[in-house]
Design a protein around this ligand. Sequence first.
Ligand code: ZN
Length: 267
Amino acid sequence: MPELPEVETCRRALDRWTRGRRVDRVEFLDGRSVRDRREDRPSTGSEAAARRVRELVTRQSPVATQRHGKRLLWTWPGGCLLLHLGMTGKWTRLPSPFEKLRLHLDDGSIVRFADPRLLGGVVPCSHAEGPRWLSEGLGPDAWTEPLPRLSGSRPIKVALMDQARVAGLGNLHAAEALWRAGIDPRCPSNEVSSRHDALAEGVREQLRLALDELGSNDEITYVEEAGAANPFPVYQRAGEPCGRCGTRIARMMQAGRSTYWCPGCQR
Ligand SMILES: [Zn+2]
């Protein structure tokens, strides 16, 4: 599932694949992925939005990509595309049975948006709307901005996943960051404030390692995909010994999601 490192890796790949290239044509295979507004739900496809995307990219070269949390903004000479990966979306150069749209580039290559569950999408917008929509409703970016102090009595893992407080962490990287920081995921947020530096360092280290790991490949692979490697110390490792203290990794439910953690060294 895409979180900040996967989205940032996707941004870098889009840049690498398309910089200096021109789009000859765009092909829509499933119009439901192209929507009018950021809040539109899957299957709210819009023909008007598809026409706008076609106008924006055909015979044009992209100008820049930006990321905030898990959102991407792709700027073109006539406007922007806000990109969401949702739960399963990815931009790829590999053919996929789940392709929703294809950009045919002037060097003969094809960049594809594939999305099995249709929760991701593309939203055309103006140069004025784009940067606003990119960060609207989101807290500071977890990679490029300092981690804010999280107040309140919610468990720290749940608070870290609240995009309005800090943007970019999801279930996997929040749990891994807490393992790195040695903090119990159930700890109330306000009680972690005395260990804020350790938490910020855990988040930073987790995102840095994930970006390095993902960046060694041309394409993103999600750990949930069949056959994908799991490079993470606690994620989906219930029952295995902790790499730091040897205690068995545990699993519990928090806010409807599985949290993996080490009862031995996370206090
Ligand atoms: Zn441990």
